[in-house]
Each structure stands twice: as C-alpha cells, then as structure tokens.
Design a protein around this ligand. Sequence first.
Ligand code: KG4
Ligand code: ZN
Length: 370
Amino acid sequence: MTATMTEPLILGIETSCDETGVGIVRGSTLLANTVASSMDEHVRFGGVVPEVASRAHVQAFAPTLTRALQTAGVTLDDIDALCVTAGPGLSGALMVGVSAAKGLAAATGKPLYGLNHLAGHVAAATLDTSSDEAEPGSGLELPTIALLVSGGHTEILKITDLVDGIELLGSTIDDAAGEAFDKTARLLGLDYPGGPNISKAAVGGFDDGVPGDPTAVKFPRGLMTAKDLRDPERRYAFSFSGLKTAALRAVEAEKAKPESERVRLADIAASFEEAVVDVLVRKTLLASEDTGINRVLLGGGVAANRRLRDRLSQRCADEGISLLIPPLSLCTDNGAMMAALGAHVVARGKQPSAPDFGVTSSLEVDQVVV
Ligand code: KG4
Ligand code: ZN
C-alpha cells in the first residue's frame, strides 16, 4: 500500500522498557523513528532497572518528540491521532509515556489510543522499508505465526488480523529469551546487554577468534520432552531458568578444573546460544506446522541474533515457510511500531481510549486497544 496524503498522520509513543521511542507514520510509510535508549545506564546492574528506566524516559521524552517531528517535517498540529503503549511492560516506564501522551492529547485535542506493545511488534512489519537489511523482504502477509523475542518477552502468536485476530499460542513461564542471555552473560563475566556479548563470545571474539563448539556443553532444552509437547499448555511454552542454572553449574565446573583442561568461553557461549535458538526455532516451526500457516515473522531485540536468524531461515526454507524479519531498527522497541499499529486501528474506525485509561503491565495480547 502506498501512502496518500489522505491517510491520517499518526504519532506513536513507546516507553514500555528501556527505549524512549517516538515514531511518525502515514499509512505504511515511515516518516520518523526516533529512539533514545537508557541501556548504558543499566550496564552496571546487569539488567534493566525499572526506576532508572522511568527516570530516563522523563528526561528523554521531550527531545525525542522534537527530533521525530523535525525528521518527519511536521508539527503536532499536523498529527491526526496519537498512540501510546499502554502495556505490557514495566508499569513505571509505561506511565511516563501514557502521561506524556495524555498531556499532548489534552493540549492539542487530538484523539489518543492506548495500544498493546506486542501487537505493535507485529505491526512494525507492515511498514514499507526500502532497506537492504530486511530479510528476505518486508510487507506483512496474514495469517502468520510470529515469534517475538526480547529482554521482556518470548511469545509465539497466531495472527489472522492485526486488530482483531491476535492469539497467544505460548510464552515463557519464567525468563524471557533476552533475559536468559543477559543473566547468563553476567555469569560468564560479560557485560549487559548479554545477547550481543554472548554471540561475540560464541564466535571466539573474546578469546582466540576460533568459533565455539555448540555441542561442547550439553545444555537442557526447556519444555521439549515428548510429554511437554503433548500438553497443549506446554507445547508452545518456553522455560529458560533451568538453562541459566545449568550455565552456572558449567561455569563452576570449569573453574574447578586445571586451566589446561577447561573448555573455552567460546564453547560455553556457543552451546548456550544453541540451546536457546534450538528451542525457539523448533517451537516456532511446530506452531506453523500445527496451524498450517506457512508464514513466520520474527521480532524483538533477540532477532539481532545471527545464529537465530540463520537457523530459522534454514528451517523455514527447508519447510517452504516464508520468513519475514523487519530491519533491526523496527524489531527492537520503537515508537514507529506503535504508530504503525495505530494506523491500522484508526483505519478500522476504532474509538479512541477513554480519557482515564491506565497502564496494564501484563496486558493480554488479544487486547489491542485499551
Ligand atoms: O527489544 P529489545 O531491544 O528491548 C527489550 O527487551 O524490550 O531487546 C533487548 C534484548 C536484550 O535482552 C538483549 O540481550 C537481546 O535483546 N539481544 C540479543 C542480541 N542483541 C540483543 N540477544 C541475543 N543475541 C543478540 N545478538
Ligand atoms: Zn518489545
């Protein structure tokens, strides 16, 4: 779909975790996607600290908004509708975005929609991107299975309609995939965010440059027994906490050995990465097979993981499934994805949210508009 000037101009605000995002879209055309991240402030804690993230959103919001408007070459007056993430996410962080959005709505008289963050991740794939980064091409087609993996979530969704047809097939029962990377990185003495550092370690980037052996350490694959797969509650569910404990034991066992007999950091990192990727890929393929939906969308910050991209691409190609991975700037948390979702919600004629709507940290995925 190409944008016409008659399509509404939508501004989206995202503050559910550690990224302050403001995006502006018209239809499927991306006009601005400005993001300020507080990631650096969380490094010394080894993970996102909600209080620190909230404060950073307060500081970053106004400059991020200004930059987004400048990039799009529009003013607040030109905007037709405002959208903001109402959940799921960190309550304090969400509250900063929702309060700011309510202030803008009150000052400008524009309609305001409180929207679901997970649906936003899916909607990001509807934006036109001419970027070469998109693999193997943008443009969301429905129905699709979506695998959303980040520091805050790990979900497999079945999507038949962006606004009224999102079904949660399964999610993590403990840590999110990115969180497992972050916590394990810490055990391995690597900095936050753990994902990129574990990937670097896995290819030998922190030792001799020789890629690690993904079979060197036998890490558990959570909820993958035949019994788990027979159980509808567990078939598409994930568990990464056992893996984290296994990583801790592996590190302790290595420390107890004489230096010459220790496996390399690269081997532990590659084995850990393989264990996470293995379960993500296998369960996503199961969902596709069970539903007969031969399309898969990958989103969330963990979509940056090279091993995940390669394994998923390979398995999808083997099975004749088309795989859509939006450019990374749209996979990680951002405001443009919320604006993209807003464009669909507005086009569908949905009513704006009630003026007193609040944030819901565990908002269910099928509630797209609050
Ligand atoms: O979507 P995102 O930017 O923010 C939220 O979690 O909301 O995702 C960040 C997460 C972190 O947990 C980070 O460790 C993980 O994505 N991540 C990765 C990689 N790059 C980022 N995980 C594995 N491999 C990577 N290359
Ligand atoms: Zn997210």
